[in-house]
Design a protein around this ligand. Sequence first.
Ligand code: FMN
Length: 174
Amino acid sequence: MKKKVGIFYGPTGGKTESVAKRLQKAFGEDLADVIPVKTSKAADIEKYENIILGCSTIGKETWNAERTKEDWDLFRPEIEKINYTGKTFALFGLGDSVTYPANFVDAMGIIANIMLEKGAKIVGQVPSSDYNFTDSEAVINNQFVGLPIDEDYEPDLTDQRIINWVKELQHQFA
Ligand SMILES: Cc1cc2nc3c(=O)[nH]c(=O)nc-3n(C[C@H](O)[C@H](O)[C@H](O)COP(=O)(O)O)c2cc1C
């Protein structure tokens, strides 16, 4: 990996932000930038070749509702505008596998599907067997399309999950 990583995340101020910063540390602070999606446009993403997008899942209804002013609702149209040529993406998603086992990290899958339709290259898939859950829109081709993190019930697993995932991305990123 020679190029700087752009870590774009939302919402701000919670667990997604904290994991975004921990990922930055794992890469090395001067090798990755951490940027909120709510103030970003497609052009900001396009400054990077190696890009990580992070989100949390706060109820499926959020995605089906009329657009609200939440971070990812504001940013969502931008995902469709990105020029995906020559870029490598990875996704992480905060969720709660105990309270929401049938919708675990759904938002990560919803975002991934929009990107895949536009031809995005997504790396950093994770075996679904590493988690206890019943269903998730983020399982694509029998594996998680990105890294699920459960800070509500499995916070003790987060450090190792981050280390393993970043190691994998260091190989996959340009
Ligand atoms: C109202 C509400 C709904 C939620 N719905 C889901 C869900 O459908 N799937 C899931 O995996 N987690 C769900 N969660 C758990 C959050 O995704 C989890 O707590 C996450 O760490 C929050 O990250 P944040 O602090 O960055 O928003 C929900 C949490 C709340 C408060």
